[in-house]
Ligand binder design. Sequence first.
Ligand code: NAD
Ligand code: UDP
Length: 333
Amino acid sequence: MTFMNILVTGGAGFIGSHTCVALMQAGHQVIVADNLSNSKAETIDKIKQITGYDVTFYRVDVTEEETVDDIFAKHSIDGIIHFAGFKAVGESVEKPLAYYYNNIVSTMVLAKVSKKYNVNRFVFSSSATVYGENEVPFVETMELLPTTNPYGETKAISERILTDVSKSNPDFSVSLLRYFNPVGAHESGLIGEAPTGIPNNLMPYVTQVAKRKLDKLRVYGNDYPTVDGTGVRDYIHVMDLAEGHVAALNNLTEGVHIYNLGTGQGTSVLQLVKAFEEVNNIEVPYEIVERRPGDIAKCYADVSKARRELNWIAQRGIAEMCRDAWRFNTFAD
Ligand code: NAD
Ligand code: UDP
């Protein structure tokens, strides 16, 4: 295997920081470009602490072409993993222009500068949200259905942009990774998911309730056609997801390749709450409330393509996800 110099945009964020660890542990070197709009510089030190290796860090906005160009001019970059972007679905409805600008312009700038410097390996953070209300399990070959929010649209549009760039340049290799629901944290407890304010996503909300920072979980609906009426999702440990990026990068060939990164297993909200309580021996009070607008009943992946082509499969189960999310939260105080 050849070791590479990888530009990781958004590398101080939740998934990016774990992927930096996995990349470095696989022998690659990372250069992080992050404007810290949703992360902290200390995460970079934690990555160094976990791996024992140095990280080159630029606090920059990757929608700025000249700034990105400077980084490519300074380093011999072999590939890019593009995580940087805004990701809050509800906020994207309130601020559509900020989402379209940040998420799409960043992709265009990086694709443009990559072409200039002849950097032909590009891995992109997409999302299962692009499947819309297709039948589960979601398969990569499905026609994408409209998403219900600007955030989802930015992912679908970025996928199309990178696909068109690939058609125009036969040397370009791009991997579009559709993540399911990343949760958990690095086993060390040093890095994890630390949203500011009241969390939107289930696992960070559950950990806040367990810490007694929030009084109880609001379970959004128990009348879906699922095992217990609550929403079903494919939760994936963030370290499995990180390792999926290393596999995608190492197996990249010319053209566009789309992979679901999930476990293939669906877990309901109440099943996740119960697992969290059992694994961590702590109570998570909850109440059932109305459905959340825009939610679908079930979302889980067909993961056979990633297994077949990348030789990658998620190794960690719900128990590890709950344990590591809680460990990071208890360390974080
Ligand atoms: P995150 O917010 O923790 O990380 C994103 C990072 O990008 C942050 O550190 C932020 O400061 C940085 N950033 C944002 N805009 C930037 C810009 N213009 N220039 C430089 N840095 C910028 O989010 P995450 O959960 O790690 O998600 C990473 C990627 O994966 C995002 O593109 C997100 O849409 C995608 N994704 C996330 C999930 C999820 O549930 N977390 C699911 C599917 C896809
Ligand atoms: N959920 C919930 N209460 C919360 C947050 C989420 O019941 O406070 C449910 C939500 O309805 C969905 C599941 O948990 O069925 C996962 O939601 P999350 O926002 O984490 O991910 P996404 O909706 O993007 O899959």
